[in-house]
Design a binder for this molecule. Structure first.
Ligand SMILES: Cc1cc2nc3c(=O)[nH]c(=O)nc-3n(C[C@H](O)[C@H](O)[C@H](O)COP(=O)(O)OP(=O)(O)OC[C@H]3O[C@@H](n4cnc5c(N)ncnc54)[C@H](O)[C@@H]3O)c2cc1C
Length: 410
């Protein structure tokens, strides 16, 4: 009887250890030897809150993740005020009953810590990912599957996953047509210790201790999310006076909420056209590198986590390095329409008039139900993962003939 030689594991390099890169590690470690290259010396997510709707939370739980151990809080209510203090809506939330999984409000640092644990724990499936810090990729040969680090080291793999964010070096090699522009929106982000809020009954009354709360001006808004952990360091600082000046037309109670901020970060929000190519040869871009989006649907990290799970799903059937280019094209076809829809709906929610010019989304105009997070919830939250998407939502998967030489045609 012939004895089958166990096949050698594929080698995969992931560039970037942000939310997407670490999620890719968690998803792929079972099917390959994975090395994650990260440019910074210490893994440290910047930012404040991130909310993970059931579509993303379900996938993290599928890898054995537990965000509650860090103090993630299930979202129980979404409330929106006008800047004059009138309640526009207050909607009770129970996504566990509706979609089987909680919609969780988290600290970004914790999401990253949990994904790091899932990618590197010794008792996980396959082998733990190797994470190499201080390893900035400066060049990539996508066809050969080769990356060059800043110190001149050249590394090769059967597949390269570019999860290196909106300024991606890998994308420059896969699809140099990328351009992004300032959206004219910026975001201040900061944490306020809950004890501070609780000292002010008028702030408690706003509801920020129990729900996802939004206070909407015409061209600016405050979004407050609840989380139980409140330690944070910022590397890019914002300015408190500028923050308060920006919101001076809001009610005193809203300004009081803002004035509790201890350390303030300031983000420029950039707008990006959908890209017509994510994969080339042995290389693919995912997460913000492929489809950075405005934060107005709160789905950028979720889409990055969905990409990671799709890679895990597709690489489950990999038996030889020769298959890699086709597998990566399959990931592109599987993910393009959904990620682009979320990207465009985020634009529509953020920039309003983009509803009318939803480029990259076939069909031209975005359906009205995609204009805000609450209306969009069914599409977002009912997502069960790539296997279900491929089998049961074929209309959302690009047909093979829609992609020629890796580029979306038409
Ligand atoms: C204001 C704001 C609010 C948001 N709120 C939400 C929310 O509530 N819910 C949600 O789902 N999403 C939210 N998002 C979106 C979400 O933050 C991003 O989509 C997500 O973090 C993208 O993750 P990423 O890993 O693709 O990219 P990044 O987080 O940018 O990670 C990229 C990683 O790659 C590393 N890197 C970069 N270049 C190189 C290189 N050349 N070599 C090696 N390493 C490299 C970086 O150091 C970094 O660690 C929000 C975004 C903003 C701006």
């Amino acid at each position: 009887m012939a004895v089958e030689t166990p096949r050698e594991k594929l080698k995969i390099i992931i560039v970037g250890a942000g939310i997407c890169g670490l999620a890719c590690g968690a998803a792929l470690r079972e099917h390959a030897d994975v090395t994650i290259l990260e440019s910074v010396a210490e893994i440290k997510e910047l930012g404040a809150a991130v909310h993970l709707a059931p579509n993303a939370h379900r996938l993290i739980q599928g890898w054995g993740g537990d965000l509650y151990q860090y103090g993630a809080v299930p979202n129980r209510n979404v409330k929106e005020y006008t800047k004059d203090g009138h309640v526009k809506y207050s909607i009770p939330v129970d996504t566990k009953s509706e979609f089987g999984v909680e919609w969780v409000l988290c600290h970004r640092v914790d999401v990253q810590a949990e994904l790091y644990r899932l990618a590197t724990r010794s008792d996980g499936p396959g082998a733990p990912c190797k994470v190499l810090l201080n390893s900035r990729v400066v060049a990539c040969d996508p066809v050969e599957g080769k990356v060059t680090l800043k110190d001149g080291t050249v590394m090769t793999a059967d597949a390269i996953i570019g999860a290196d964010g909106i300024r991606s070096a890998v994308r420059a090699a896969v699809n140099p047509t990328f351009s992004s522009s300032p959206s004219s929106h910026s975001a201040y982000r900061f944490l306020v210790p809950m004890e501070k809020i609780k000292q002010h009954p008028d702030l408690v009354e706003l509801g920020v201790t129990e729900s996802l709360t939004m206070i909407d001006g015409i061209d600016r808004r405050i979004i407050a999310e609840l989380n139980e952990i409140s330690e944070e360091k910022w590397s890019a600082k914002g300015d408190r006076d500028a923050l308060l000046k920006s919101f001076e037309s809001f009610l005193p109670v809203h300004q009081k909420l803002l004035s509790q901020a201890e350390e303030i970060g300031l983000w420029q929000l950039r707008d990006q056209e959908p890209l017509n190519q994510w994969a080339k040869g042995r290389t693919i871009i995912v997460g913000d590198s492929a489809h950075a989006m405005l934060p107005h649907q709160g789905q950028g990290a979720a889409a990055a986590i969905e990409d990671a799970e799709a890679l895990g799903h597709v690489f489950r059937s990999a038996t030889s390095p020769d298959q890699v280019p086709d597998l990566l094209q399959r990931v592109f076809r599987l993910r393009y329409r959904r990620a682009t829809m979320v990207q465009q709906a985020s634009r529509a929610a953020g920039l309003g008039d983009m509803m009318k010019k939803a480029s990259g989304f076939e069909g031209g105009e975005l359906p009205k139900e995609f204009s805000n997070m609450m209306k969009f919830r069914q599409f977002n939250m009912a997502y069960l993962g790539a296997d279900d998407w491929e089998k049961n939502h074929a209309e959302w998967v690009l047909p093979e003939e829609a992609v020629k030489d890796g580029v979306l045609v038409g």
